[in-house]
Design a protein around this ligand. Structure first.
Ligand code: NAD
Length: 386
């Protein structure tokens, strides 16, 4: 089968779905690999690097799509509003499309892909089971985002992170508060600690307390009944507006005393809860920084504007929505490993079996045989009250 890698078209997207180092593994598995010319440049991979590993370069995007049996992308049309939608017209029956697809936000895109007869597999839907860890692109990208959030904060904060004793006096360490301790939050804690900050953290899932402490940070105790806050997949459950109101009240003191607040709190399939209000921001010292990694799903801070720098009462609020793309070399390497692992899990002898009886294949399949098949997407498509 011919496996094709188009150049990403989402504005500012620098990652590529396949890096040269992974090409030999796919050739060995029986695939032919074709890459759109220039696809790797944003991540520092030249066409010659791909060719040296046995891939063929194709300058024409339409020809690449026409010749492909399998397309590997970072952002399939669902995760690429605007330019990505043009790709739908290039798909054809029998093709397999694998990548980030954000299928529940705008399920009409999945419907349009289904109508082409192509099978779509969404990287966001990888089940969180041990066997699928090597395919878990959300975790890979969250790791990068957590790291980047700390660097952004350090860059904007008019203070140093570490404590220093100098002839000119003692420099106090920066105080960092991380709200939401999933994959991104844990990485943010580790990175802020590496830079020498004093770190506090909170998550509704009490299970993370020990992880926070093992990284040398303090878990902020709050008198909140968060007993049933974790679902069986390890994700947070939605808690209700009264819980969030009380949480904001209890967090206000910690936010006010922090130089940096990094928020990563998310509830899958829902808008992010607002946990830092404008009033809480105004109680922070001027010069402080909020980095809101939930900006793409509405933001944890009331003042966040996606991908904009907001200044309010001297506090800087950043809402990066594609931080992993800024670290495109590692972002592409990790994503390429994830997407290749998923593909090889449903392949044998260079052929993909989209009907394989397998929890991961079924869990990630959004469309096949001309129809939307994933229950979460079907649920979103159902008319209200149906
Ligand atoms: P996520 O991006 O959905 O959410 C980020 C964090 O925000 C979570 O820890 C969540 O509990 C927290 N949160 C939600 N509402 C909050 C609130 N009101 N206040 C404070 N925090 C709030 O989550 P994620 O980073 O993708 O991972 C969540 C969990 O899944 C983690 O325990 C992680 O270790 C686990 N996980 C398991 C696997 C696997 O088993 N294969 C893979 C990756 C992650």
């Amino acid at each position: 089968m011919i496996l094709a890698v188009p150049k990403e078209t989402f504005p500012g997207e620098r990652r590529v779905a396949l890096v040269p180092g992974v090409v030999p593994q796919l050739l060995k598995a029986g695939f032919e690999v074709v890459v759109q010319a220039g696809a790797g440049l944003g991540a520092g991979f030249a066409d010659a690097d791909y060719e040296a590993k046995g891939a063929r370069m194709e300058p024409d995007r339409a020809a690449l799509f026409a010749g492909a049996d399998v397309l590997l992308m970072v952002r399939t049309p669902g995760a690429n509003p605007g330019p990505g939608r043009d790709d739908i017209a290039l798909l054809r029956p029998g093709q397999v499309l694998v990548g980030l697809a954000d299928p529940t936000t705008d399920p009409a895109v999945a419907q349009a892909v289904a109508a082409t007869g192509a099978a779509l597999f969404a990287m966001e839907l990888i089940p969180r089971i041990s066997r699928a860890q090597s395919m878990d692109a959300l975790s890979s990208m969250a790791t990068l985002a957590g790291y980047k959030a700390v660097l952004l904060a350090a860059d904007h904060l008019p203070k140093m992170f570490p404590m220093l004793m100098t002839a000119a006096g003692t420099v106090a360490p920066a105080r960092v508060f991380v709200v939401g301790v999933g994959v991104a939050g844990l990485m943010a804690i580790a990175q802020a600690r590496r830079l020498g900050a004093v770190v506090e953290a909170y998550d509704v899932r009490p299970a993370v307390r020990e992880q926070v402490q093992s990284l040398g940070a303090k878990f902020v105790e709050m008198e909140l009944d968060a007993g049933e806050s974790e679902d069986k997949g390890g994700y947070a459950k939605a808690m209700g507006e009264e819980f969030y109101r009380r949480q904001r009240e209890l967090m206000a003191r910690v936010v006010a005393a922090s130089d940096v607040v990094i928020t990563t709190a998310a509830v899958p399939g829902r808008k992010a809860p607002v946990l830092v209000t404008a009033e809480m921001v105004r109680a922070m010292q001027p010069g402080s920084v909020v980095v809101d990694l939930a900006a793409a799903t509405g933001g944890n801070c009331e003042l966040t504007r996606p991908d904009q720098t907001v200044t309010d009462h001297g506090v800087t609020i950043l809402g990066p929505t594609n931080a992993a793309s800024d670290l495109a070399v590692d972002g592409s390497r990790m994503y390429a490993k994830n997407v290749t692992a998923l593909l090889l899990n449903m392949s044998a002898d260079g052929r993909v079996d989209i009907h394989k009886d397998d929890e991961i294949v079924a869990g990630t399949c959004v469309t096949r045989d001309g129809a939307v098949v994933h229950p979460l997407v079907l649920e979103r498509l159902a008319p209200a009250g149906a």
